[in-house]
Write a protein that binds this ligand. Structure first.
Ligand code: SAM
Ligand code: SF4
Length: 349
């Protein structure tokens, strides 16, 4: 076995065994990393050319009933500042985003029972009434099958629910009292209902091994999500994991490139978390096969309150200026911003 052969296999047949993936993660050197990235880049060019899709991120609520050990919004964090956006706030963000050319809106938030199906259906329908051509992505955590179906029928197109870790023990160690199987059941339900479903994982979770990352890669290959969010774990000062180091840029980029090769058509964000640990993080993500950026559209007054981890990048950048800056930065990196919904090509009707 050698690393280059495994990369070639990934490139040619879009798969590799557990053993091969582990060998690759354990042994890859600088030159081989560049080779992996070049193969991931070729693959993205083949399916999506040099396009980068933008999603306007609206952080709906900082209330959360869950207690994930890593996240600043966890219910036990007494220092967290809580807020909720109402339908008018959301519509204002959406209008601003549409003017800036964002054709997908991502409504993300903690698991907050205030956002009942009825409230979410009203929000989704109001957005779709004004912007019928635009896509809506939800990222509101675990809900029942029925709830997911109701929101889909109201007009939601996509749902992001990272699996966080595909190793049961590691998953349950950072999600106390939350069965691993539930998360995966939700993902299965989302797919069955017809959403473009997004899975994903954090790189550098405390005590995570390369074997754990291989489990993530194998899970992602098998589940074949339409989108896959991969970002480094970053500590938050008011959580039990505050003393740990953040995940590495290098390993995150390697995982992004492998996922691009395993799932050539997947939509792969260069995440804000990646930019938050390194000022060149986003470019590195784009060069390794990333083709999505999710700029923040939330009202300025709430942005600091949606605090998942320390030192979040671009947090108070003014939207119109930031939009221009993204376009420039994307161009500098050799890519081009595309102003359309940016569906996974398997879902384009
Ligand atoms: N509550 C929903 C959920 O958990 O799926 C959606 C919102 S949650 C804040 C979105 C994502 O943020 C999570 O899937 C998790 O991977 C990421 N996240 C939370 N805390 C993080 C941290 N400390 N470092 C990196 N990513 C983090
Ligand atoms: Fe809540 Fe999501 Fe944060 Fe977990 S990751 S505490 S579910 S907002």
């Amino acid at each position: 076995m050698n690393v280059k052969d495994i990369i070639n296999k990934l490139y040619e047949v879009n798969s590799a065994s557990k053993k091969e993936l582990l060998y690759l993660l354990d042994n890859i050197n600088e030159g081989e990393k560049d080779y992996l990235i070049s193969k991931a880049h070729d693959t993205r060019m083949k399916y999506y050319s040099n396009k980068v899709y933008l999603r306007g991120l609206i952080e709906l609520t900082s209330f959360c009933k869950k207690d994930c050990l890593y996240c600043g919004l966890r219910r036990s964090n007494k220092n967290a500042q809580r807020y909720r956006l109402d339908i008018d706030d959301v519509l204002e963000c959406v209008r601003k985003g549409d003017k800036l050319g964002y054709k997908t809106f991502v409504l993300q938030g903690g698991e907050d029972a205030y956002y009942s199906d009825e409230i979410m259906i009203n929000i989704i329908k109001a957005i779709k009434k004004e912007f019928p051509e635009n896509a809506i992505t939800l990222s509101l955590g675990e809900r029942s099958y029925e709830s997911y179906r109701n929101l889909f029928e109201a007009g939601a197109d996509r749902y992001l629910l990272r699996h966080e870790s595909a190793s049961k023990e590691l998953y349950e160690s950072i999600h106390p009292g939350e069965p691993f199987e539930e998360r995966f059941n939700c993902l299965k339900n989302l797919k069955e209902i017809g959403y473009q479903a997004g899975a994903g994982f954090m790189v550098g979770i405390p005590n995570q091994t390369n074997e754990d990352l291989v489990n993530d890669l194998i899970f992602v290959k098998k589940f074949a999500p339409a989108m896959c969010g991969i970002g480094p774990f970053i500590p938050h000062k008011d959580t039990p994991l505050k003393e740990y180091k953040h995940g590495s840029l290098e390993k995150t980029v390697i995982c992004l490139a492998i996922v691009r090769l395993l799932l050539p058509k997947v939509l792969l964000p260069a995440t804000t978390a990646l930019s938050s640990i390194d000022k060149n993080g986003r470019n590195a993500g784009l060069k390794a096969g990333g083709n999505v950026i999710m700029p923040n559209l939330s009202p300025m007054s709430v942005r600091k309150k949606y605090s998942l981890y320390n030192d979040k990048a671009y947090i108070l950048d003014e939207d119109a200026e930031y939009r221009k800056l993204i376009e420039e930065k994307v161009k500098e990196a050799g890519f081009e911003v595309e102003v359309n919904r940016g569906d996974n090509i398997d879902f384009i009707k």
